[in-house]
Design a protein around this ligand. Structure first.
Ligand SMILES: [Ca+2]
Length: 403
């Protein structure tokens, strides 16, 4: 970082502090160039009153190393190839209003000309609310992000980072709109539209806080992409505007089952699609609760274009329960993953119970429809494992095959 960069950031901060002390809220100063290290906590104030006019131009990438707030009505314009990174000692709190959103956009309107907004910080102040993020989606060099996106939360090694997004529009960007390596505390009342790939690409854990007011439409991939790594803390997947798709997530290209080592709840109306070679594996510390309803079942299925998925394996003695679900397109071989579930073409099923080793697994499946299942509904490795089933529609397949 050169002196000029630091200086311009300091000038911007000085102006910000000046503006904070003035109720007039404006002067003739903008737009103002900013760049470099933000190392003193403060705000970017709304220095140009005209709606939509640029307040600040980012001429070189911003490194946020203190608390940064951005006031309603602020338009931040990024020069070609520039972006913003919020490090752990800093935070970003961009909170506009419905009438005066905070706008992030590029000087060049071409999608991907700027970005992303990268949040490594664990601060609860990290909030984007009433924000517009327009035309982002660059992949900055040296940031460990393999693919373009508009917003990135954390790195692979940075799992404590967190961000809440509310009443925000993320539009017309390259890559995925949000890539989450850490925790999306909340995504609510947010529209993601016209993005090249998926609205959200996330590790499995850390995606639970999606609220029903979101609109994800006209994106290149109409799914929330979830990777297959393990679940280590309780979470609930709620119904979303597009299906969840379990498969290749950020930073991973390994095929396998999501290892459910904590409580996973899947709420009514949620749809999960699984890429071939992927499934759910409930380990001894995990509990799977699928709670659909007759009006809004939970659907577990293959991707529209893919081969069959691997199904559900339960190696847990906890109260695993599947109610009012539709399970379809299973019968792909189950990835063994070291849990004694040996792949075999003659024992394919939708739900595997127990393993070849030691578990006295238990699962209850009720009011559930099995469709396009290759093999049987259940495969039970040993009579010590318990299957409770009632009210299911098997569509003519064998109910329980045994080892
Ligand atoms: Ca303004």
């Amino acid at each position: 970082m050169n002196t000029h960069a630091n200086l311009t950031a300091l000038i911007a901060l000085a102006l910000s502090l000046f503006a904070c002390g003035s109720d007039s809220g404006t002067d003739a100063a903008g737009p103002m160039e900013i760049s470099g290290v933000w190392d003193t906590s403060g705000c970017l104030d709304n220095i140009v009153e005209a709606p939509g006019a640029t307040d600040y131009i980012v001429t070189r990438d911003i490194q946020v190393r203190a608390d940064l707030c951005i006031k309603p009505g602020v338009v931040v314009e990024f020069a070609e190839g520039e972006w913003i990174t919020v490090y752990n000692e800093g935070s970003i709190n961009a909170v506009g209003t419905a009438e005066e959103p905070v706008i992030f956009r590029g000087s060049n309107a071409t999608p991907g000309s700027w970005g992303p907004i990268i949040v490594h910080s664990e601060s609860a102040l990290n909030v984007l609310e009433h924000v517009v993020i327009d035309g982002s989606g660059a992949a900055p060099g040296g940031e460990g992000l393999g693919s373009p996106c508009s917003v990135a939360v954390g790195y692979l090694t940075d799992k404590e980072a967190q961000l809440a997004i509310r009443h925000t529009r993320i539009v017309d960007g390259l890559g995925d709109a949000i890539v989450n390596y850490a925790t999306l505390v909340e995504v609510s009342n947010t529209t993601i539209q016209g993005h090249e790939n998926a609205p959200i690409n996330s590790r499995f854990q850390g995606i639970s806080a999606l609220d029903s007011g979101n609109v994800f439409e006209s994106n290149g991939v109409d799914a929330i992409l979830l990777d297959q790594r393990e679940l280590l803390m309780p979470m609930t997947l709620t119904a979303a505007p597009v299906p969840y798709r379990v498969g290749y997530g950020p930073g991973t290209r390994l095929v396998g089952a999501v290892e459910i080592a904590a409580e996973l709840n899947i709420a009514e109306g949620a749809t999960l699609q699984f890429e071939p070679g992927f499934g759910l594996l409930v380990t001894p510390t995990g509990t799977l609760t699928i709670a659909g309803s007759s009006d809004a079942p939970v659907t577990l299925t293959k991707t529209p274009e893919g081969d069959n998925w691997s199904g559900i394996a339960v190696v847990s003695e906890n109260a695993n329960a599947i109610d009012h679900a539709v399970i379809s397109g299973t019968g792909g071989e189950f990835p063994s993953g070291g849990w004694g579930i040996t792949p075999s073409s003659d024992r394919t099923a939708a739900v595997y119970v127990g393993n070849n080793v030691d578990a006295a697994a238990t699962v209850s499946v009720t009011n559930t429809s099995f469709q396009s299942v290759a093999g049987s509904a259940f495969y039970r490795f040993d009579p010590v494992n318990t299957v409770t089933e009632t009210g299911n529609d098997y569509g003519g397949i064998d109910v329980i095959a045994e080892h």
